[in-house]
Design a protein around this ligand. Sequence first.
Ligand code: GDP
Ligand code: ZN
Length: 461
Amino acid sequence: MEFDTIAAISTPMGEGAIAIVRLSGEKAIHISDKLFRGVGGKRLVDVHSHTIHYGHLVDPKTDIVAEEVMVSVMKGPKTFTKEDVIEINCHGGLVSVNRVLQLVLNNGARLADPGEFTKRAFLNGRIDLSQAEAVMDLIRAKTDRAMNVALGQMEGRLSRLIQKLRQEILETLAHVEVNIDYPEYDDVEEMTHHLLIDKARYVKAEIEKVLQTSQQGKILREGLATVIVGRPNVGKSSLLNSLVHENKAIVTDIPGTTRDVIEEYVNVRGVPLKLLDTAGIRETEDIVERIGVEKSRQVLKDADLILLVLNHSDELTIEDENIFAAVEGMDVIVIINKMDLPQKINMERVEQLAKGHKIIRTSLLEDRGVDELEEAIAALFFAGSIEAGDMTYVSNSRHIALLNQALNSIEDAIDGVESGTPIDIVQIDFTRTWELLGEIIGQSVHESLIDQLFSQFCLGK
Ligand code: GDP
Ligand code: ZN
């Protein structure tokens, strides 16, 4: 494939110590060479691949030195994009890095679109689609754990699993073909049924296993949607503030302006919380009173986690009871706030209402109990303590949708075999599963299954 040469600043904008302008494409080396003045007249077109060179960038029109630089030369295909790649390291700071970018743009490179380097890596066959998507996720990863998920995926964890499953399906189909071709064996039909059902059950179990991580994966990616509820004056705003102030707020590139509620991300022990900010809290302040239990249930239904705040020094009211009713069946942590004040709340009744949900006592005024709360949030999320390191997580909604479809078709195959459907119909369900899994890693669905089967046979013979 032939592409023009693209360039972009590949380090974050700002006042870093160094900045990098990256070029990729056929003319990357030629363009850089035109601008580069190395020690002793060294030319970039002459150097070995994967080497780095000190020198200056000069504007060829004026011969004025623009920058002191280190230039890395990496010749394709052993590069991220499989094309020739140049990385120009210059001083950090907007002026200097922009000057370098401008120079390469004036001399034959085109400004890259967002994600275009990754797209090229995909188009040139360097990475598959799920890996390309992982690179995007990585850029947006909001916590270390989310970063690990994205890294795992980028390293091909999901791809490897998908490839393994597809291979298994293919081999099974090949075996079935062989069985059909050699009907002289008496028990061929029974063998075929056994083979198909065993393999289908195995594939089904593997898909289910990955899908089980999807909820966590999605949360890691998007944040645990958290709503703080309670009647007026119990300490909701105080809770929000202490969660935000004690934890590093996560910078998000999602602008709040287009949404009704402002989202605030905080990292609580590796769990990204997407807290509904003051707007949301004002909404929910007397939500139950205003619109009734049924309606408020709807408003709350998108939340992954409810922090229900009660006042230790006040008696429970019907309003409190209504709030419990509104969050029935959800993940709830009950917070008894204002522990520094004398008790008026009936704790026996609270325990009844809490129905086994964790109860945490806090004094937000005296800054007590917030650690325990954070621990409870992390424990709730990592129940069963699955570590990001040793699982194949799936968090991308496109992947999840395809996995669900693949699960349906392999279940159809199982039903088919069990109810004695003709083998060629069952084969269709297997093939469909194979195709759906292939879409996850960007394998063309048009790629001929027949060819694949044929190569299987040749290998075996
Ligand atoms: P909201 O209406 O539920 O958002 O409650 P706020 O967070 O605005 O708090 C209401 C009042 O209670 C404020 O004056 C807070 O300073 C106070 N408050 C919050 N937490 C505590 C606490 O733990 N102890 C005491 N004594 N006062 C608190
Ligand atoms: Zn408030």
